[in-house]
Design a protein around this ligand. Sequence first.
Ligand code: ZN
Length: 147
Amino acid sequence: MDLKDLYRDVILDHNRKPRNLGRLAPPARSARGHNPLCGDQLTVYADVDGGVLREVKFEGTGCAISVASASLMTDAVRGKTTAQAEALFGEIHDLLTRQGAEAPASLGKLAALSGVREFPARVKCASLCWHTLRAALAAEAAPVSTE
Ligand code: ZN
């Protein structure tokens, strides 16, 4: 199976059956992302405990690539530390934007995202969820007080 087939199969599969759809209640962190070029809108939720992403979910509407990418991402970062998730963000960013970048074997199915490079207009669709996750992880948990 060449990369084009892998790309198509993985994107179709994760678009048809998105993994980890849903929301997480606070104190889980969340952030909203919007890609106005395509109309993709996502909210990413991350339950972080002890520096580890215990649970990651997303909801929203968007094109096949944005939904598949979010589905792949939530699968990939669950159980990882925030530092590992940040490193993965770097690898994905490289894969999406640098022509000729080789996907490290450790990326697994995420390697399929390299196929998006052939469609430069769709790179933002694929990276939206990653930027949104990053924003969620960077945000301070909002202090809630009824006093
Ligand atoms: Zn899109």
